[in-house]
Design a protein around this ligand. Structure first.
Ligand code: ACO
Length: 334
């Protein structure tokens, strides 16, 4: 994983006025988030995360066959962030492209990356989730600006036995909810103009309570559906790694799946919602904290703009005994 050094706490936001640490903490669980400075972009964070994943896996950049980057805040409208990461890590001139499914992006991209391997089209796939949504925020809109943070994380996929690795995925989308959370302008329908800038239509607009209701319904449902596709239930889950948007949404998903708090990984308090980076950052920290061992059933689950949602069920097949167990700063779900 890779996150910017700069920390923005709820108290910092409180000083800017119109919000409070108490409101943010009790409604969302967030205490602080990381903010990318001017020279830090989605591709620089994604490249660093990719280099970290390559190092951790002991794989050289030249061995990578495909790069899939989940993002909706690329450095440019185009080219893709995956192409910039390909250049940044010094990989060969391989296939590289982005997946846009907002906060569900990593769950979508992981499924796609695994399909390259299952079909025999690739041996080594790099899947990155990277976003810098704080650059798309209206800092005067307290209902959105307190929620998001920046970051990236990456995984390396290799072939494995059929009963290990990615066992099943369930994905969904509903374009009827496109306007519940979106950046209305800056695309080809409404290009940037003075009017767009004056109305701040190039920033994130969200109907929070409606997104909340959607998320609470879909998170548990899609995770249960993905589990049923490989003959498992909530009782089989060793660790749920959910999209870190709001602690209350995570709690309701866990309840729906019948999971006790020690089977749910939470770090929303330190990063806020990092969109496509949220699930892989949580996965990376869970591994570092010794919360995942070989043979464990791990469920990744996300929801986001689109509307989109999805879950992956994984039987972890890497020996994590080399990772330090004790040094965890992550908190369990309470
Ligand atoms: N500080 C203080 N007060 C605030 C703030 C703030 N930062 N933001 C809103 N309020 C006020 C509102 O103005 C409102 O005041 P009013 O009652 O006087 O009108 C009051 O707090 C309650 O506002 P609600 O929006 O009803 O608060 P709610 O309890 O629904 O919580 C929240 C809002 C946290 C945004 C919640 O709706 C939520 O988490 N929704 C899901 C958001 C989400 O997950 N988005 C990410 C999607 S993923 C992606 O693709 C990027």
């Amino acid at each position: 994983m890779s996150v910017p050094d700069q920390v923005l706490s709820n108290y910092d936001l409180e000083k800017r006025g119109d919000t409070s640490d108490e409101w943010i903490r009790t409604r969302t669980g967030i205490q602080e988030r990381r903010i990318a400075g001017e020279s830090t972009t989605t591709s620089t964070l994604g490249t660093q995360a990719a280099l970290n994943a390559l190092r951790d896996a002991g794989i050289s950049p030249q061995a990578v066959d495909v790069i899939v980057c989940a993002t909706t805040s690329g450095d440019y409208v185009w080219p893709s962030t995956a192409c910039l990461i390909q250049q940044g890590i010094g990989a060969s001139h391989i296939c590289a492209f982005d997946v846009a499914a907002a906060c569900s992006g990593f769950v979508y991209a992981l499924d796609l990356g695994a399909q390259y391997i299952e079909s025999g089209r690739a041996e080594t796939v790099l899947v990155v989730g990277a976003d810098t949504l704080t650059k798309q925020l209206n800092w005067e809109d307290r209902s959105t600006c307190v929620l998001f943070g920046d970051g990236a994380a990456a995984v390396m996929l290799r072939p494995c036995n059929p009963d290990e690795g990615l066992l099943a995925t369930s994905l969904g989308a509903d374009g009827g909810g496109a306007e519940l959370i979106w950046v209305p302008a800056g695309g080809t329908k409404t290009p940037i103009s003075q009017c767009v800038l004056d109305k701040k239509l190039n920033t994130i607009q969200m109907r929070g309570p409606e997104v909340y209701k959607f998320a609470v319904k879909v998170m548990g449902e899609v995770a249960i559906d993905a589990l049923s596709r490989c003959g498992l239930t909530g009782a089989d889950v060793d660790l749920l790694v959910p999209h870190q948007a709001n602690i209350r949404i995570i709690q309701s998903a866990a309840e729906r799946m019948g999971l006790c708090p020690d089977r749910v990984f939470v770090n929303v308090e330190r990063y806020g919602n990092t969109s496509a980076a949220s699930v892989p950052i949580a996965l990376s920290e869970a591994v570092e904290a010794g919360r995942i061992q070989r043979g464990d059933i791990v469920v990744l689950v996300g929801f986001g703009a689109g509307l989109t949602w999805g879950a992956n069920v994984i039987r972890w097949n890497r020996d994590e005994s080399g990772h330090t167990k004790a040094e965890s700063t992550t908190k369990d779900l309470e």
